[in-house]
Design a protein around this ligand. Structure first.
Ligand code: S3P
Length: 180
């Protein structure tokens, strides 16, 4: 059975591939793709870096919550969340209630490689970004592990990971059918 019309939320650390894989998955499922960070920037009319710089992380988290709550009460879509969204208890609870969550799990080397190509992530503008990512893995991986589906993204092309997620979503849909 194909996946029912749903909100699919991709969660995971910076550099785990949420946007690239999300776009591929949206194409496969014929759903719109939405990037939560871009929606936050649109709503604030500032970039993520500017929000952190001018207003601080606490205000960013407030805006992130507002935008995520709006996106989660809308139509079916593939939604790439910012790395900290699923860590906010209120956002996580709503994702659990309204969406299917997919954790894109990656190892430290992958995350360091993928994030070193850009300087648009305020949390990584530190002396030792690899150490910061390692700390975030330690803090956040137990929470990401609560997602409905986990896929490891290290050695795979975004298209292949998207196919894998689709297979897992189909399986989840079938399990739900047999439960009822
Ligand atoms: C953050 C991740 C970023 C962005 C912000 C904070 C985080 O999104 O929301 O810089 O707390 O992990 P990406 O995961 O899309 O880079």
């Amino acid at each position: 059975m194909p996946v029912p019309s749903q909100i699919i939320v991709l969660v995971g650390l910076m550099g785990s591939g949420k946007s690239r894989i999300g776009k591929e998955l949206a194409r496969l499922l014929n759903l719109p793709f939405i990037d939560a960070d871009r929606e936050i920037e649109k709503a604030a009319t500032y970039t993520i870096s500017e929000i952190f710089e001018r207003f601080g992380e606490k205000e960013f988290r407030r805006g992130e919550k507002e935008v995520m709550l709006r996106l989660l009460s809308g139509d079916a879509k593939v939604l790439a969340s910012g790395g900290g969204a699923f860590i906010q208890p209120e956002i996580k609870a709503l994702i659990k209630q309204k969406a299917i969550s997919v954790w894109l799990k990656a190892n430290l080397e992958t995350l360091v490689n993928r994030t070193s190509r850009s300087n648009r992530r305020p949390l990584l503008q530190v002396k030792n970004p690899a150490e910061r990512l390692r700390q975030l893995m330690e803090e956040r991986y137990p929470t990401y592990a609560e997602a409905d589906i986990t896929v490891v993204t290290d050695q795979q092309k975004p298209q292949d990971t998207a196919w894998l997620i689709k297979t897992e979503l189909d399986r989840l849909g079938q399990d739900k059918e047999t439960d009822t």
